[in-house]
Ligand binder design. Structure first.
Ligand SMILES: [Zn+2]
Length: 447
């Protein structure tokens, strides 16, 4: 009886995961503008057809037609934001020739455009958080590169999220690095993101988080919920080894991939900043029959999630612009809810800014399993950046979808929680002097 009372008291004294909001980040979020999002989307639509296979010669770029003109405009926008912050953004392109492949009939130059906001702390600057959307579009036919393919929702909306995050966050300083990316080649088979993710892997980049925004326009048809954005995350890491798969199966780790911890972090950031659009966690990699650029990053072992509106309207995606039997087809700006896109941009920016402000996550997190005891001892190593002033332990029931409890663990790189590890899933995060928290890291068993 005594033990029961003790553990109940301890559970009651444990907090729900804390809602920490940084006033500077909150101010930046309020600068995200639905008007700017609208003008970005309308500008992208003005290029008529942004198919990866469409025109990119100098004359078409000058005329404002095709994927080449879209690419040049995105680059010029990043450069404009950089001028406004004293050159704080490094604006780059990643160009390559996609060989003949599925839906690419002849070798085609693809160009990803991105801007790097380098971290101010030399050690932390190696850690990267990244937001992406695809700027290419398509209509009913992959090969039709001249008739309108407005792609306002799919995916000028996601491109506008990357642009708006860059515009607003480039006015702040972060200890970690943020990359604002827009890719091509999505509609043919994720070719742009695949190239970028492979490049990142070969460069040894430490990408901690990827937020892929694809179809975040909040299409205004019946069934839409403008208060919700779905966040898809993989269960089992795409690149898990045989040994890791066995451990996941034995200990119930299928709900705790790094991508899923990232999804929970996105939801936590939206709660902390009391945003108008709430993430709805979808515990699967993507929708049925569909894929997206986050998968390219998952394949290279990076934590990556997909954000998508709650209810999709399939008469508008990948359609020639036309009216048939009174139904309007085509992905036009008039169907997009610009306030919604701005709110989704806030969900992204709050996550990016929180992670880029936080210390590196704890290293080598382990759960002691050498003795059969009814409490749980965790230990870890401090990250190299020296910015963690304390640690926090999170836990939840094995059947719970999200973290239920947290406990401050002070400066010691060790904590004992008086609940049984057999019934709980734990994680540890670092906390800096202001209260920014890292991604939570789930322990591995240690004897
Ligand atoms: Zn798309």
């Amino acid at each position: 009886m005594f033990l029961f009372i003790l553990s109940l008291t301890t559970l009651l004294s444990a907090q729900q995961p804390a809602d920490f909001a940084d006033p500077q980040i909150a101010a930046a979020l309020s600068n995200i503008s639905a008007g700017q999002v609208q003008s970005d989307i309308e500008k992208l639509v003005s290029f008529q057809n942004r198919s990866t296979l469409s025109a990119q010669d100098a004359e078409s770029i000058k005329a404002g037609r095709g994927v080449g003109a879209a690419r040049e405009w995105i680059k010029s926008e990043f450069e404009r934001y950089s001028r406004d912050c004293g050159g704080c953004l490094d604006v780059k392109t990643d160009s390559f020739t996609q060989p003949v492949s599925e839906r690419v009939a002849s070798p085609t130059v693809l160009t990803n455009v991105y801007a790097v906001l380098r971290g101010t702390n030399p050690e932390d600057a190696k850690r990267i958080v990244l937001v992406t959307g695809h700027y290419d579009s398509r209509n009913s036919t992959n090969e039709n590169v001249t008739d309108p393919a407005p792609g306002a929702n799919d995916d000028a909306s996601g491109t506008a999220v990357s642009l708006e995050c860059a515009r607003v966050l480039s006015k702040l300083h972060f200890s970690g690095t943020i990359i604002f990316l827009t890719v091509a080649g999505e509609e043919q088979g994720l070719y742009g993101s695949k190239h970028f993710a492979e490049f990142a892997k070969t460069q040894g980049w430490d990408i901690e988080a990827v937020l892929n925004n694809d179809i975040v326009g909040g299409d205004q048809s019946p069934g839409q919920d403008p208060k919700v954005v779905r966040v898809f995350s993989e269960s089992i890491p795409d690149n898990a080894t045989e040994k890791q798969l066995r451990a996941i199966g034995a200990l119930g780790g299928e709900n705790d991939s790094p991508s899923r911890e990232l999804a929970r972090y996105v939801a936590q950031a939206a709660r902390a900043y009391q945003l108008e659009v709430a993430p709805l966690l979808e515990f699967r990699r993507d929708r049925y029959l569909r894929g997206g650029d986050h998968i390219s990053f998952n394949e290279q072992g990076f934590a990556a999630v997909r954000l998508t509106e709650f209810h999709e309207n399939y008469t508008r995606q990948h359609q020639n612009v036309r009216t048939e039997n009174g139904t309007e087809y085509g992905d036009l700006p008039k169907f997009v809810n610009f306030d919604y896109v701005a709110n989704v941009a806030r969900v992204n920016a709050s996550t990016l800014a929180s992670l880029a402000s936080a210390p590196a996550p704890p290293k080598n997190v382990r759960l002691e399993t050498k003795q059969l005891v009814n409490d749980s001892t965790l230990a870890w190593d401090a990250p190299a950046d020296g910015r963690a002033v304390s640690y926090e332990v999170l836990w939840r029931a094995t059947s719970a979808p999200d973290w239920e409890h947290s406990q401050a663990a002070g400066k010691e790189a060790k904590a004992t929680i008086p609940v049984s590890k057999d019934n709980m899933i734990f994680a540890v995060q670092t906390v800096d002097e202001s209260g920014h928290r890292s991604l939570p890291i789930v322990p591995v068993p240690a004897r």
